[in-house]
Write a protein that binds this ligand. Structure first.
Ligand code: 13P
Length: 384
């Protein structure tokens, strides 16, 4: 029986279209479903559920240290745990947050009651996620660009993270517009993401594919659209070449905006128009969720832009996976003081609710009371 006939026979029997998993040498088309396909699809759908998005708290210890330093708190394991416990134990947060991305340290940590972080998250209805890349290093023979490390040992690490309770993961590749970007850097970012996505799915983790076009630079919005179009074209080609199940990934892009140092200022409607144009040209509707990063925009800007994108129905769930744009006011309100925990959790809940409304296209900025929310969170040459 030919592979096509076999798939047709399977579909007739089960009523479901099986994902090809075994690759035939001649056609490079797979002929049997992957072990985790059903679970991957279910996890991705849960994360991309109406009115919910992702809380990114996977800052490396060094980056988390910078955040703590900004409020005068020492960068110790215990302080990192206390801060992340504050975030994830916020009462009612699961109504707005469907998943949280952790750094490895947090995945294996317990909260102050002795309970595992993962158990707290499951109780809150938040899917545990894990950053699986090993950070950025200089890319030899490029224009001072970087590439993402972490493919070595990734299959084993992903299997271990699944055992520890993670169900999705993140890999951040970056492309710098002022650097060119060179073809070498763009192709490296796209191919690395595709290899990572294939390996993650084989371990049962839904991969967040993050080809971040950095905000750095004085370019206009058309230049961002041009670079992102070309990087995304390569990313989706390599995802397809690697037989990645599109129904079991989440895309985490930057919004299409002018560079942070550009004199061009645009409205949320223009950001939405450019970004949706790009999404429609490049992203298959099989992808369940587009979970934007905030990338240095202020808390308010990120919410307004997301809201503008949800004014009419989209083929995908268009939502958020913010770190700075969810945490900024909360962190400052906490200031490391136990007596501020409740107020800080309320601040986080306000941002999460605002972005939940924006996911539904129903956000009204008149509800805002936080002065901090309008402040930019941009840092030049940001490392995560
Ligand atoms: P920001 O929202 O602060 O850009 O971070 C999101 C993230 O996870 C970057 O990889």
């Amino acid at each position: 029986m030919s592979s096509t006939m076999m798939m047709k026979a399977q579909t007739a029997l089960s009523g479901k279209v099986a994902r090809p998993a075994k690759v035939s040498r001649r056609s490079s088309v797979r002929v049997a479903a992957g072990k985790y396909d059903e679970e991957l699809i279910k996890t991705a759908k849960t994360i991309a559920s109406p009115g919910r998005g992702i809380l990114a708290i996977d800052e490396s210890n060094a980056t988390c240290g910078k955040r703590l330093d900004s409020i005068g708190v020492e960068n110790t394991e215990d302080n990192r745990r206390a801060y992340r416990e504050l975030l994830l134990s916020t009462p009612g947060i699961g109504q707005f947050i469907s998943g949280a991305i952790l750094f490895e340290e947090t995945l294996y940590q317990n909260i102050s009651t002795g309970e595992r972080f993962v158990d707290l998250m499951n109780k809150q209805g938040i899917v545990p996620g894990i950053k699986t890349d090993k950070g950025l290093v200089p890319l030899a023979n490029s224009n001072d660009e970087s590439w993402t490390q972490g493919l070595d040992g990734l299959a084993q690490r992903s299997a271990d993270y699944y055992k520890a309770g993670a169900r999705f993961c993140k890999w951040r590749a970056v492309v710098s517009i002022p650097a060119g970007p060179t073809k070498l850097a763009a192709t490296e970012a796209a191919y690395g993401l595709a290899r990572y996505a294939a390996i993650s799915q084989n371990a049962g983790l839904v991969p967040i594919v993050e080809p971040e076009i950095l905000l750095d630079g004085d370019h206009d919005i058309d230049r961002t659209l041009e670079v992102a179009s070309s990087v995304w074209a390569e990313t989706f080609k390599y995802l397809a070449d690697n037989n990645v199940l599109f129904e079991g990934i989440l895309l985490k892009p930057a919004m299409v905006t002018p560079g942070a140092e550009s004199s061009q200022k645009v409205t949320p409607e223009v950001v939405a128009d450019y970004t949706l144009k790009l999404l429609k040209r490049r992203v298959p509707p099989a992808v369940p969720g587009i979970m934007f990063l905030s990338g240095g925009q202020s808390e308010l800007e990120s919410t307004l832009n997301l809201n503008a994108m949800n004014q009419s129905p989209n083929p995908w769930h268009v939502s958020f996976s913010y770190a700075r744009a969810l945490q900024n006011t909360c962190l400052k309100t906490w200031a490391g003081k136990p007596e501020n925990v409740k107020a800080a959790q309320e601040a986080l809940l306000r941002r999460a609710r605002a972005n939940s409304l924006a996911q539904l296209g129903k956000y009204d900025p008149a509800i805002e009371t936080d002065a901090e929310a309008g402040k930019s969170t941009y840092e030049k040459n940001y490392v995560y």
